[in-house]
Ligand binder design. Structure first.
Ligand code: C2E
Ligand code: CA
Ligand code: CA
Length: 820
């Protein structure tokens, strides 16, 4: 029931205070009421009695009124009395309308009594109370003095029901000598009083109960509300504490974060700026609040456009890092890595931009160092291959934008660097490379790039040339500079290099292509000899392409056994007898037909195929000789000359492989003569010499091929473990032309003889040459004048038909036998 009452009724503070108040007042009121109850009862009695008196007075007034009319003659006295009796008889009042009026005259005769079964006029003076007192006397005693008054008595006449103590009021109406009376049962007044009292008490109790209940409920509600409030307050307190802690935590995280955090609202107002901002920028936090765009102001001029472009559309660049530089308060430039994020609140509300920044200066320095390392050669400090290609790429792009842009790429390779490296040691080689880099750098302009490409290969990028001729000028200067002797640790070394130049390339080739072309030109320069340069042209490229195809073909030829040998006879001049053959390789090319060794040996050397090919030639030559030796006893004293290339000499297993072949074909080692050029011996230095002497100990003979074309001095020859000197065709062909040439050949032959070497003259084509050689005491000849290189069958036939020189046999028997 109370729950239905409006809540605010109870939440109303006043009510909560008033209700207990009301209850207290009520209880207090009740106490007072109870205290004054007897007095109240008395006054109630008095009031009731007053009422009777007043009513009686009214009745008497009626009688007076009737008496007045009698006096006025309007009616006679009896009528008036009858009228009065009639009116009084029916008159009722009081509790249950039970009270009535009666009249007795002063003589005791009954005038009227509504209930008594007594006729009017009957004498009532003998009427007595249950205790025996004369009632009429009591009545009369009461009214005697004042004509009226109250009387209390016990009443019981005939009817027992109406017995009880009564209080009556008596009034004498003198004109008619009537005693008018009316009475109430005292008990009834008490009953009424009691009922009123009960009603009052009940009502009061009910009211008190209601108020008490209400108060109780209110109190309960209040305590509940208080408890709830306390709980809510507690929870709120906890929440606030948690929030404060969380805020504290976040702030601590933000404040102590390594990165600078800046948060600006959509209007650019600074909302947060972490303390690290001061650490990085040197400016106090307050400055960032005072000047929200302080960060932008600190960015250095060069990076500002970058920043503006990045921030032009934060949606696009959101979360993407940007590195830029700022100038801090002490004027130092610092690298900052910055990430911008948009901040959204609940319901996607735009809360502005958050900038997270870090000082990455150290990282950038390390990166710079790493980049430098990645882009530079550690030995010389020059640009490396990667950087070189990148620079060329940039120049090519520039050249595409500007039509009259001129540049050049120079590829250079040190001549004979390998020999120096092998003979003088790698650390000396390194010193030379460093010095080379330094010298090259001294010849170029600041805008040019000198790069070490690999090993002893360098590349110079000549940028933005005023004239193409300028490139040639710079290359010539570099060539001179490199050729200046290096004096180091007592060594006096003169270096040279071969240069390939690509000038103003016009096609849209790649940097790699460009370098390749420069490399091709460099090889072409080297083909012509050392210390030269060549400018690249398209024909070289064609050649290079041809070479590439050839290289492919060559690899295939090895598998398909497209090679074969021809044998050129070598004759002893003394009696024109046959002393041996030189095995010369040929290639039966499926498209080109027979290709001479001059066209593929250099390529085979370059590609390393010469190792396999050389061994094949040796095997084939020894096999052939073995066959001849088996079928022709005279062939036993014949030698087989086999050419060895320099590349083969770098193989450490070469000596063992050769001996193995000799054993395989059961050819005595002294029947094999290996032809090598001077430069091969010189270039392979110590290791080459050692292998050579090992083979020679086993009996293998050696000839120096093409003598005269190399640079070894004659005096050096004595160091070499060789048996024969083959004078190059270029000397022989000029032998008859002038006396000077003849003198040279004469001196060479004389020297060879003094060193105990025999001489073979190569390329004898004419009788004149032959005569001169005879005069100069040259031992042997080889040339078209006698024989061109012969096929196997022709050579075999020659052995059968020709006188064989067996003098060597006698000389060499002791040293050259091979026991298989
Ligand atoms: P080479 O060792 O000087 O061989 C002699 C070359 O001179 C041969 O050329 C031969 O045909 C040529 N010749 C001989 N007499 C005359 C002459 O009277 N007049 C002219 N004009 N030429 C003459 P070929 O066969 O073309 O060989 C060229 C070079 O190829 C050889 O020069 C040699 O260096 C190299 N070669 C040949 N076969 C081999 C081989 O199996 N291994 C290696 N490494 N090189 C070889
Ligand atoms: Ca030869
Ligand atoms: Ca030769």
């Amino acid at each position: 029931m109370f729950n239905k009452l409006p809540r605010n009724l109870f939440s109303n503070k006043t009510l909560q205070i008033v209700m207990p108040g009301v209850l207290t007042v009520l209880l207090f009121g009740c106490a007072i009421f109870l205290y004054v109850l007897p007095a109240v009862e008395d006054s109630f009695m008095e009031r009731e009695l007053g009422k009777i008196r007043d009513l009686t007075q009214v009745v008497v007034n009626e009688m007076q009124h009737l008496q007045g009319r009698v006096r006025a003659g309007e009616m006679d006295a009896d009528l008036a009395k009858n009228e009065a009796v009639k009116r009084i008889r029916s008159l009722r009042y009081g509790y249950g309308k039970k009270n009535y009026f009666w009249i007795i005259d002063t003589k005791g005769k009954l005038v009227v009594h509504p209930y008594l079964p007594v006729e009017p006029g009957q004498d009532m003076s003998g009427l007595s109370t249950p205790s025996g007192e004369n009632l009429f006397s009591i009545f009369m005693d009461t009214v005697r003095e004042r004509g009226s008054g109250f009387v209390e008595y016990d009443w019981q006449v005939n009817d027992q029901e109406n017995a009880g103590a009564k209080t009556s009021y008596l009034l004498v109406f003198t004109p008619w000598n009537w005693l008018v009376g009316t009475g109430v049962y005292t008990e009834e007044i008490h009953k009424e009083l009691l009922s009123l009292k009960q009603k009052g008490i009940l009502t009061a109790a009910a009211v008190i109960a209601v108020v008490a209940l209400l108060t109780l409920h209110l109190l309960r509600q209040t305590t509940r509300a208080e408890r709830k409030k306390a709980r809510v307050q507690d929870a709120r307190g906890k929440l606030l504490k948690a929030m404060a802690e969380s805020e504290e935590r976040y702030r601590t995280v933000a404040d102590y974060t390594y990165s600078c955090e800046i948060w600006r609202d959509p209007d650019g107002k600074m909302l947060y700026c972490s303390p690290s901002c001061q650490r990085v920028s040197g400016y106090p936090q307050e400055d960032f609040f005072k000047t929200p765009d302080l960060l932008e102001r600190l960015i250095i001029q060069e990076d500002r456009a970058l920043w503006q472009a990045h921030m032009a559309d934060p949606c696009k660049t959101e979360g993407k890092p940007l590195d830029f530089r700022i100038k801090n308060s002490s004027g130092q430039v610092r690298w900052i890595c910055h990430v911008c994020n948009r901040v959204f609140g609940k319901n996607g509300k735009d809360l502005g931009l958050r900038f997270s920044m870090r000082d990455v200066t150290q990282r950038r320095i390390v990166e710079e160092q790493l980049r430098h390392q990645a882009m530079h050669d550690p030995l010389t400090g020059l640009a490396n291959r990667t950087l070189c290609l990148d620079r060329i790429h940039q120049v090519m792009q520039r050249a595409q934008r500007h039509h009259d842009y001129s540049y050049a790429v120079v590829f250079l390779d040190l001549d004979r660097f390998k020999v120096i490296n092998d003979s003088l040691g790698h650390s000396f080689g390194d010193t030379l490379l460093v010095e080379t880099g330094r010298r090259l750098n001294s010849c170029v302009r600041s805008l040019d790039t000198v790069a070490r490409f690999s090993g002893d290969e360098f590349v110079i990028l000549l940028d933005d040339l005023s004239l193409p001729g300028e490139a040639i000028r710079i290359v010539k200067r570099a060539r001179e500079e490199l050729h200046r002797p290096y004096v180091k640790d007592g060594h006096d070394i003169q270096l040279s290099a071969s240069f390939g130049i690509v000038l103003n390339p016009t096609d849209n080739s790649s940097p790699e292509d460009l370098l390749q072309n420069a490399n091709i030109a460099m090889h072409r320069a080297r083909d012509g000899g050392h210390n030269r340069f060549k400018v690249f042209n398209v024909r070289m490229l064609d050649r290079a392409v041809d070479r590439l195809i050839m290289e492919n073909d060559l690899r295939r030829a090895m598998d398909k056994k497209e090679f074969f040998l021809e044998f050129q006879p070598i004759l002893t001049l003394r009696d024109d007898s046959l002393s041996g053959f030189e095995a010369l390789v040929r290639w039966n090319h499926p498209q080109k037909g027979v290709v001479g060794p001059a066209d593929f040996i250099p390529l085979a050397e370059e590609t390393g195929l010469i190792n396999d090919l050389g061994m094949w030639v040796l095997d084939e030559a020894l096999k052939t000789l073995a066959q001849w030796r088996r079928s022709e006893p005279s062939a036993e004293s014949l030698t087989m000359s086999v050419n060895l290339s320099g590349r083969q000499f770098s193989q450490t297993s070469l000596g063992e492989n050769i001996l193995e072949k000799l054993r395989k074909h059961a050819v005595p080692p002294n029947r094999l003569k290996l032809e090598i050029t001077e430069s091969v011996i010189m270039d392979n230095a110590e290791t080459g010499l050692f292998m050579l002497s090992q083979l020679r100990k086993a009996g293998v003979q050696f000839a120096i091929d093409d003598f005269g074309t190399g640079y070894s001095s004659l005096s050096e020859l004595q160091r070499l473990p060789v048996d024969t000197l083959k004078v190059d065709r270029s000397f022989i062909s000029r032998i008859g032309l002038d006396s000077e040439n003849r003198e040279i050949v004469k001196a060479v032959i004389a020297l060879a003889h003094s060193l105990g070497l025999n001489v073979v003259a190569e390329g004898v084509e004419e009788l004149g040459q032959l005569s001169s050689l005879r005069e100069l005491n040259c031992e042997s000849v080889q040339g078209f004048y006698f024989f061109r290189p012969l096929g196997m069958t022709d050579a075999h036939r020659l052995i059968r038909n020709r006188r064989i020189d067996d003098s060597a046999d006698d000389n060499d028997k002791s040293s050259g036998s091979f026991s298989a």
